[in-house]
Design a protein around this ligand. Structure first.
Ligand code: SAM
Length: 286
């Protein structure tokens, strides 16, 4: 597993485009640390996604975790710039109309507002980009269960960046394999040792051992210092090159079904625990 892609990006002739994506990150991916300072986070995921979309030329892209739309917008820009027909299907629990805390910088310095994704996109993204993005609202489990029944197409590239715990990442990977065309590539965000993050465990223990070396690429996104909530975090992404993934390699139908049952049990238990905790904290004040 070698790191290479992002190191080639800054020296490419795309410097101007990367500057524009960085400005987009200021509108859709800025973060605020508990000490009040604003950080751009690992905005290099934008150029990574842009480059991969232009390389793979996918007809349909699936993104888990729309967030505030930075990744989806970068991929839409890549399709548009290359004159490619294509659609980004992006899943999030939060509806696009739902106002959320939104740190951003329109050029007058960073500020924090309550904004909805729909409004920010309408104001800052041209229709030629937003027309390429379809937001699917709901948790990934419900959306993926209905994928084929909803008439949604098979995918050619997948960006997994929704829930980051081991169970959800594994669910999203298995569910995306089920709707993927042969040759589909998968990019995972947050391939890191951070507590509560499951991408590394899934890849290192269950996915990479089944693949040839050239199928798995760790991408260092150059954001090593104080980028996420003031912590000194090493950030990486993990790319599975579709051309080296034989169909049906990872999970048999029965293994996938068994995992679905375990995942259901896991989410129910998690829900119950958080309700009990909430109740306990209310009772403490009575
Ligand atoms: C890190 S953000 C996504 C950032 C975005 N991909 C980008 O590049 O800008 C993660 C998003 O995943 C969503 N999310 C978390 N768990 C999810 C789940 N189980 N199903 C759907 N969305 C989920 C959260 O609401 C959050 O908006």
């Amino acid at each position: 597993m070698e790191s290479s892609l992002v190191e080639q990006i800054p020296s490419s002739n795309q410097a101007n485009r990367w500057g524009q994506l960085r400005d987009l990150a200021k509108l859709t991916a800025l973060k605020q640390a508990p000490d009040g300072a604003f950080h751009l986070g690992h905005w290099w995921r934008g150029p990574v996604l842009y480059s991969l979309v232009q390389q793979y030329k996918p007809r349909n892209v699936l993104e888990f975790g729309t967030g505030r739309g930075y990744g989806a917008a970068c991929m839409a820009q890549a399709l548009f710039d290359a004159g490619l027909e294509g659609t980004i299907w992006t899943i999030d629990i939060l509806p696009p109309e739902y106002p959320q805390e939104w740190p951003f910088d329109e050029g007058k310095g960073p500020e924090l507002k309550q904004l909805a994704l729909r409004d920010v996109w309408a104001r800052h993204l041209p229709p030629v980009l937003t027309q390429k993005i379809r937001c699917l609202t709901g948790d990934s489990k419900s959306i993926m269960k209905q994928w084929h029944r909803s008439g949604l197409p098979k995918i050619d590239f997948c960006f997994i960046d929704g829930g980051h715990d081991y169970w959800t990442v594994k669910h999203d990977f298995i569910a995306s394999l089920r709707v993927a065309n042969a040759g589909c590539s998968f990019l995972f965000d947050d391939y890191t040792e951070r507590r509560g993050y499951g991408v590394k465990r899934l890849i290192d223990r269950e996915v990479a051992p089944k693949l040839p070396r050239e199928a798995v690429e760790v991408i260092d996104t150059l954001s090593r210092d104080k980028t996420v909530y003031g912590e000194d975090v090493e950030h990486g992404m993990l790319l599975l090159h579709g051309e080296y993934i034989p169909p049906g390699l990872f999970y048999s139908r029965s293994a996938a079904r068994r995992f679905q049952r375990q995942y259901w049990l896991h989410t129910q238990t998690r829900r119950l625990v958080s309700r009990v905790r909430a109740l306990a904290s209310v009772l403490r004040y009575l």
